[in-house]
Write a protein that binds this ligand. Sequence first.
Ligand SMILES: Cc1cc2nc3c(=O)[nH]c(=O)nc-3n(C[C@H](O)[C@H](O)[C@H](O)COP(=O)(O)OP(=O)(O)OC[C@H]3O[C@@H](n4cnc5c(N)ncnc54)[C@H](O)[C@@H]3O)c2cc1C
Ligand code: SF4
Length: 491
Amino acid sequence: MPVDPQELNADRNQDWRNELRSGLSAKERSGLPRVKMPELAPLERILGFVEVNSGLNEEMAVQEAKRCLDCSTPSCISGCPVNINIPGFIKLIEKKDFLAAAKKLKETNALPAVCGRVCPQETQCEATCVYQKMKKPPVAIGYLERFASDCERLTGTISIPVIEKKRPVKVAAIGSGPASLTFAGQMAKLGYPVTVFEALHELAGVLIYGIPEFRLPKSIVRSEIAYLEALGVAFERNVVVGKMLTIDDLRNQGFQGFFIGSGAGLPKFMHIPGENSIGVYSSNEYLTRVNLMRAYQFPQYDTPIISGKRVAVIGGGNTAMDSVRTAVRLGADKAMIVYRRSEQEMPARIEEVHHAKEEGIEFLTLTNPVEYLADGNGRVKQMKVQKMGLGAADDSGRKRPVPITGSEYMIDVDTVVVGVGTDPNPLIPQAIKGLEITKWGTIVVNEETMQTALPGIFAGGDIVRGGATVILAMGDGKKAAESLHAYLNNK
Ligand SMILES: Cc1cc2nc3c(=O)[nH]c(=O)nc-3n(C[C@H](O)[C@H](O)[C@H](O)COP(=O)(O)OP(=O)(O)OC[C@H]3O[C@@H](n4cnc5c(N)ncnc54)[C@H](O)[C@@H]3O)c2cc1C
Ligand code: SF4
């Protein structure tokens, strides 16, 4: 999905942009310090689920936008899976035309307020910003993305693109996570009637049931869904495709193109003794109870969740970090991350690890649980852990954890949350005959087109990649929409 260099150039060569560029030299711009995101103080934020990052104000955003050099070949775009015209929207912020900046973002990204909050920019667009070569902090692209889309939402002037051509061919997306939402937005913009089928009663997949309110407020997710509805996307909740409706049923209803974005929502356990004890959760269950069953709105909602005083969360990814920070907010006196490798190998976003530490969470790295012990009522009360060393790198490129014999010791716990990853949701791969499936249960697609082994059926996001990221899921949804459009045109 390369960006058209001619379009980029035409955008860059507008008079106002030439003028803006010549207003400050590259030396002056690169001499400006990177803005710092304002955030709630740790002692204040752990009392509830209020968003930790507070967003930039106008002055800060314009100041940061000035740092962008408006490169003629913007390397930042190559790091973005949905190819946002990054200098294009940043220069509109510098020009103080914030609504135009939001509109520019929406040309390629249906969920900018979400991406501005949860995308790992440090390993994507910001990792390829030219400032990296100068050994300076990259332009804060994520903060600026969040700023522009928040401005649009807060002023209530959300721009809805005019759909020029209506097409009669119905298409369906299965699952409503970021992959399907992006697919649906793109297809709607191309003029197709799109319906998204979601098994749960709430839309947006992990964005709503996984990522907690203090990182991604549900109102933000809902407003991006409202934008898609305004584009004409239809949503059907509480429909489990493969059980309540088959692909053939959908074909009989007139759907001619399909996108599978059913995610990787199946919890993984470690299969160690005592894992079935009361008080041992999967991260999925723990976070779903908090997010979907509204335990985060206690006492208005009396959701059954054991919120222990000594909580151990196993794992080092975003899911583990979200779980442990949630435990603190639910009243844990001691909340700890237990991770078998060192902090360097942790897959969680750097910002999340930093925030977790500020919130008093203890990090037991190079440590792995080997057994849970329960009291007479079957309730977990202790865990046996083993110290680990690091060996040679494994397939993931990270150093392999190696158990140290005789290093076991006990830790008192009353709640354990297992966040060691998830597997692909098996229902759709099993329900649609003829799909090619890997040994890990993911769906095989042509990487160029996202088409599965079956004509007219495309797939993307975690059901193809295993657990990945929001922006990669979105990139897949966008690519699949372009391919399905081409497929339907050539039919
Ligand atoms: C707790 C947590 C925190 C995370 N934090 C980050 C982060 O900070 N940054 C980041 O980039 N990534 C993060 N991720 C990863 C990211 O959320 C996922 O990679 C992304 O959501 C995958 O999108 P998706 O559209 O493929 O699937 P999902 O978001 O998993 O959505 C799939 C949807 O399909 C539905 N579904 C499944 N089967 C069916 C069916 N048969 N019929 C109908 N509907 C069905 C599910 O109910 C679900 O709503 C996190 C993940 C978790 C779990
Ligand atoms: S690479 Fe960095 S400085 Fe250059 S256009 Fe992109 S964000 Fe701006």
